[in-house]
Write a protein that binds this ligand. Structure first.
Ligand code: HEC
Length: 281
């Protein structure tokens, strides 16, 4: 028991030391004016639709969104919510998106594995059959699930937007390993790859994701100009919605609670005045 305790303490120390040595740096994310910022902020449905298109046509080639079902897209507040279809399972647009995908199923008579078109209840499909396959296709790096990425990283949508728009030429003097890309917003420790002035090591790191966006890579159905900047904003908004689809309800509830508290404190103040009116103090 005691030995185990020592081993654990040693491991803890090693971890702390390791952490102190790896001085990772990164650029502070750019600050974007999101429609959903602030206590009254709301998602812009057209932006969520464009963002979903970017995810579907670009990011989903490598990144899963395991927590998302097609029907979520048609839920209240979602990209394809339509008042006519309060039950998202009936939303024809959502159904048609799901139908474009093929899923494995078992034939209930023969027991054979068959393919069937997707339904609103299906989850977004995985781009790779398993983790080793995902790594093998990405030079050893694992594309993380994007379902709650906007909450998992500090800076949320600002970080995702900055990362996607932050690719560029590596500073001269920096040796970029094969299959990696320099990005100032991705945390890293570039000291050992830097040949220049040791006090001027570039901030940021090497990421195993090639720059995924390019101008006009996606055609927006609403006619919005398809620049890298626009695509990055829209997909970041979509990922923020996906990570917290009930954000608008939460904010509305918070506001109602604040108003209630204000009125309540007002009432308390007046009753206090009234009760103590004739008492000298
Ligand atoms: C060709 C495959 C590929 C495509 C396409 C791709 N990614 Fe990635 N992505 C990766 C890989 C691999 C990683 C892991 C990189 C690493 O850990 O070095 C990654 C990592 C990320 C991360 C996490 C960064 C972090 O802080 O750990 C985010 C966010 C991300 N990708 C967003 C996107 C978005 C949004 C799109 C679509 C616009 C996209 N990716 C398209 C392969 C891809």
């Amino acid at each position: 028991m005691l030995r185990k305790g020592f081993a654990l303490a040693a491991l803890g120390l090693a971890l702390v030391a390791g952490h102190a040595m790896a001085a990772t740096t990164e650029e502070e994310p750019k600050s974007v004016e999101w429609s959903f910022k602030g206590p009254l902020g709301k998602f812009d449905q057209a932006q969520l639709q464009r963002g979903y298109k970017v995810y579907r046509e670009v990011c989903s080639a490598c990144h899963a969104m395991e927590l998302m079902s097609f029907r979520n897209l048609g839920q209240k507040g979602g990209p394809f919510y339509d008042e006519k279809y309060k039950n998202a399972n009936d939303n024809p647009y959502v159904k048609s998106i799901a139908k474009d995908y093929q899923f494995d199923d078992i034939d209930s008579e023969t027991g054979d594995t068959v393919k069937r078109p997707g339904t609103s209840a299906d989850r977004f499909p995985h781009p790779f059959p398993n983790e080793p396959a995902a790594r093998a296709s990405n030079g050893g790096a694992l594309p993380p699930d994007l379902s709650d990425m906007a909450k998992a990283r500090e800076g949320g949508p600002d970080y995702i937007y900055s990362l996607l728009t932050g690719f560029g030429h590596a500073p001269a003097g920096l040796t970029v390993p094969a299959g990696k890309y320099y990005n100032p917003y991705f945390p890293g420790d570039l000291g050992s790859f830097w040949k220049g002035d040791a006090t001027k090591v570039p901030v940021g790191g090497f990421i195993g994701m090639p720059p995924p966006l390019a101008d006009n890579k996606v055609t927006f159905d609403d006619g919005t100009k398809s620049t890298v900047d626009q695509q990055a904003k829209d997909v970041s908004a979509f990922l923020t919605w996906a990570a917290e689809p009930k954000m608008e309800e939460r904010k509305a509830f918070g506001l109602a609670a604040m108003i209630y508290l204000l009125i309540f404190s007002g009432l308390l103040w007046f009753s206090y005045k009234k009760i103590w009116k004739n008492v000298a103090h």
